[in-house]
Design a protein. Sequence first.
Length: 343
Amino acid sequence: MTALATPAPPAAARRTARPHLLRWLIRLHRPALLGWLGLVLVLGGLLLWLGGPLTDASAAAWKQYAACSPGHECRYDASAIGRYKDWYTYTTIAVLAVPFLVAAWSGATLTSRELENGTAQLAWTQSISPARWLAFKLAVPAVLIAVGSGLLVGLHHWAWSRSQGRIETAKSWYDVGTYAANGTATAAMALAGLAIGALFGLRKPNSLGSMVGSLAGTGLLWSVMAIATPHLWPTVTQLSSLKHDRPAGSGLVIEQGLVTSTGTHIADPQCGTIDYAPCKAVYTKLDAVSYYNEFHPQSHYWPLQLTATAIILAVTAALTVVAFRLLRRRTGPTAPARKAAAV
């Protein structure tokens, strides 16, 4: 008697696994998803308020202040100036906190909690392979984080740009907080925080320990990049006369000092202009003929940002590969694979 072949499941049935896995992921992390959407909406709204009404009110107050005559009573809206300054600081800190919030969530819940509770191991013995489990764990949050963090840094850059030339106390582009919150490297760092958290969760399936490790790893990577970034692009060196009290050139300074008649760079004694007799004696003794300033002008902002972003994304990709290899080492061949091999 000839055995009847089991018909292959229709294509529609084979496609049901993917939406099921997506629904499971959204249901499992619904509080984090709602929290992330709320953060992006609230912080995005504050940045729109900062770049719109707050900037306009502060700029108007500075215009009133500039119109004041010396020796006469001056009326201007000081509260508008202070309000802009305060909210610029608050929103900048909030944008810079995003990678750490992502890392804390990823380390505490993304992979470690399911491994700790045993629900991941149960899923692996059924229809979901460990690699596919981790792929969905990383892919869906990565899209949301990339879009949300990219939107926030874009809005911060827009709000900052509207203050330039209008508000006397506006931050320069090379201010540490402004430089970071304005650029793509911060959005890339949020993705790195996701990968670092997932990796720590696989390495140490303990929510608290994984969260602490993720925060430390993200802070370490960001610190290394902050130190390395000024050296990722060739600098500009500008020479200027000692008739000024400081080196000429504005931007992200790498090194400043004096140049001797032989071309040697030496430290600046911070004396002042050569027109002041005591300072002239100091410069003569040092054989100094000019200042030098090695720095990055504003035109280097995007080359620096994009180079740093590329490096961070490369590190993120490497961490993701390590996470998959660690998962494979932990699980070995999956139960479905072993059953298929046995048949």
